[in-house]
Design a protein around this ligand. Sequence first.
Ligand code: IPM
Ligand code: MG
Length: 359
Amino acid sequence: MSTFKIALIRGDGIGPEVVEQTVRVMERVGEKFGHSFTWVDVLMGGCATDAVGKSYPDGTAEICRACDAVLLGAVGGPKWGSDRPAHERPETALLAIRKDLGLYANLRPAALRPALADACPLKRETAEAGIDLMMVRELTGGIYFGKRDKYQTEDRGVEATDLMAYSELEIERIGRRAFELARLRRGKVTSVDKANVLETSRLWRATMHRLAAEYPDVAYEDMLVDNCAMQLVRNPGQFDVVVTENMFGDILSDEASMITGSIGLLPSASIGDSAPGLYEPIHGSAPDIAGQDKANPIATILSAAMMFRYSFHLPEEAGAIEAAVDRVLAAGWHTADTAGDAERLVGTREMGRLICEEV
Ligand code: IPM
Ligand code: MG
């Protein structure tokens, strides 16, 4: 019997509701497989700004570091917009926790779940060919963390700059993650860059080529980011593992999530070289439906499955959650965000209960 200590960042908007259902499902998995959990509530995001004046209260990283893993609902909302000072914005907290916990690898699987092939906005034959890719996004470098500046010029008004920098170390460690993951999947890595324009991309590509030679069993290709954006809607079935830098990954992962039919279904994992990893749904805080029992908890529940797989090395528990979700969807149960039969439309809590029951 093992006990896991889990930090819960419930956050803003629908965050608390989807985390609540995920906790329920994890408790059920614990009962079935003989694990127990200690839950540690961590205040972060817009709710922290409201409560203590900053979105990333002092000590947040330390509390998380004392846990085995972190589960995050969602942070952000129009109430804490870009007119607010940086320390009050929820996005600041998100970037800070990624950096402080060393979470350089962001895994965002985008798979078309069989029961939801109809929700795929692409052509039927494209959906039928299947979509099952893993976006591996570099998460603690590049333009997100480079030097920023804003200054007055003599003749061009105000000018602003954001620096994109990448080191070989940063590229190599994310590249290794991608190759290792490909070995566990279908054995193919697509590395996405803009090497026809950017110096950082040329270093990225050269480093990836060096790594590719170390993984001769994995098929490797380079792809320019604009072409990748196009290929994702033209023929997403060609991709297995897609590895890319921080901002390209931000953009492409939203596109990848959309083609699977519902952003409410997709989980993510952010991991580094040591615990804890952070697990969160791809979707945002959806303030328009917060507190109405309408949100889809599946993305967060599947994030917990990723936690079992990647942080606790318990693939059976992960598989039990994923299979339970698939059975509930196959039975036609759905929340308002996924198309389906009106008679089987359920709310957040009922969806959580159905998944518990299937586990
Ligand atoms: C994401 C989000 C964040 C990002 C924002 C909220 C800062 O879009 O996790 O993809 O850009 O990384
Ligand atoms: Mg994003």
